[in-house]
Ligand binder design. Sequence first.
Ligand code: ZN
Length: 197
Amino acid sequence: MSDRITHRLGAAVVWAWGATTLAPGLPGWQLAAGAGIAALTGGGRLSPDVDQYRTWRRLAAVIPEEQFGRPWLEHRWITHWVGWPIIGAGVIAGICPPAAAWAAWAALTGWVTHLLLDAVFGRPGYGRGPGVPLTPVGPHVGLGLTSGGATEYVIGWPVLIGLAGWFVLRGSGYSPAQLGTAVTAVVHGLDAFVTSL
Ligand SMILES: [Zn+2]
């Protein structure tokens, strides 16, 4: 599953569920903004799929990765290593200021959700098996299930949007309209910023 939008929706759902379950009482705006942050690190340039974007590809083109025996700069190699989020969790728990921790955990949630979805739906390719790498240079583990197609968009997306909205609403005092505006503004604003880089 490499669809950016599906990844983002999945990340928002997992954040909204996790935050309302593990941190009840989180302010509604943090719940909504966290869903937006998780969506951004769950798919696209700020997610493990950064390895498919221009800057990374340029880097990969000049680094002689073959000398290390594996194509570790290709898609779903080193950026998808399961160890990164574990290190990230340690950094957040250890040195992140408490006031900013919710945002950092939201970003990590998006990243982890991406890896989980890729572990289930990531197809083989680029010299590797299905799934995500256990070490930065493999081996890969995953189910490699087929994804995509009309079912993903027609049924999957509405269900994910509904779930994310429900979890966030359940945990906050916001109306659906306020919530939708907040999440949309955060995602669009950050996406425009990142695209301009
Ligand atoms: Zn990926």
